[in-house]
Design a protein. Structure first.
Length: 194
């Protein structure tokens, strides 16, 4: 069967466009950087990626009028730091403490030891808080997650008992960290330098 030059040219164009669209589709499927890495403060300004941070314990008291529900814990491997974002229901932050601790890491209710990955362990404690609904359903179902960030290797929920919530981050090394509070929605952010 003899094909006309016009038909061959048209067929070649269709194949070329199809290939180009296919390549473009592949390019858009590449994972995008996490939006958690580019959060803004309450005034709409980007939270700087560079920071000095601290190694010493940090504390912030809040006069919560009720037990604050910790709705989720999200993690992101960012350029220069790793980030954990705790989102809380309503407008109030729980009272929190952040500090480096030595193993063994234990569950608050049972006292059982928890196997942790890492060489340094950053503990986040929240008072007047819970990570379960009043019906007893956990709001954070992935309570022991292993990560492959440069510094952050593991996030474990260690306490959700008697209005206290606790997490421990397993880190590659004891690096400076910062704590940022945000509103709308209410979030507590822990950034650990790489």
């Amino acid at each position: 069967m003899k094909r006309s030059p016009i038909l061959l040219s048209l067929l070649s164009t269709v194949i070329g466009v199809g290939t180009l669209l296919g390549l473009t589709g592949c390019a858009t499927q590449a994972p995008a950087p996490s939006l958690l890495c580019t959060l803004t403060d309450d005034n709409g300004n980007p939270i700087p990626a560079t920071f000095t941070g601290a190694l010493n314990p940090r504390h912030q008291g809040h006069a919560a009028t009720h037990v604050v529900l910790v709705q989720k814990a999200e993690t992101a491997c960012c350029n220069g730091f790793d980030r954990v974002v705790f989102t809380c229901e309503g407008f109030h932050h729980p009272t929190w403490n952040v500090r480096y601790v030595h193993p063994p890491i234990q569950q608050c209710g049972s006292g059982n030891n928890i196997s942790m990955t890492g060489n340094a362990f950053l503990q986040i404690s929240m008072d007047t808080a819970q990570a379960h609904t009043d019906a007893g359903q956990p709001t954070i179902t992935d309570r022991d997650r292993h990560l492959n960030c440069q510094s952050l290797k593991q996030l474990v929920l260690t306490c959700d008992f008697e209005a206290k919530v606790g997490f421990v981050l397993g880190l590659n090394s004891k690096n400076p960290y910062r704590v940022v509070e945000l509103q709308n929605p209410t979030r507590l952010i822990i950034d650990v330098k790489n």
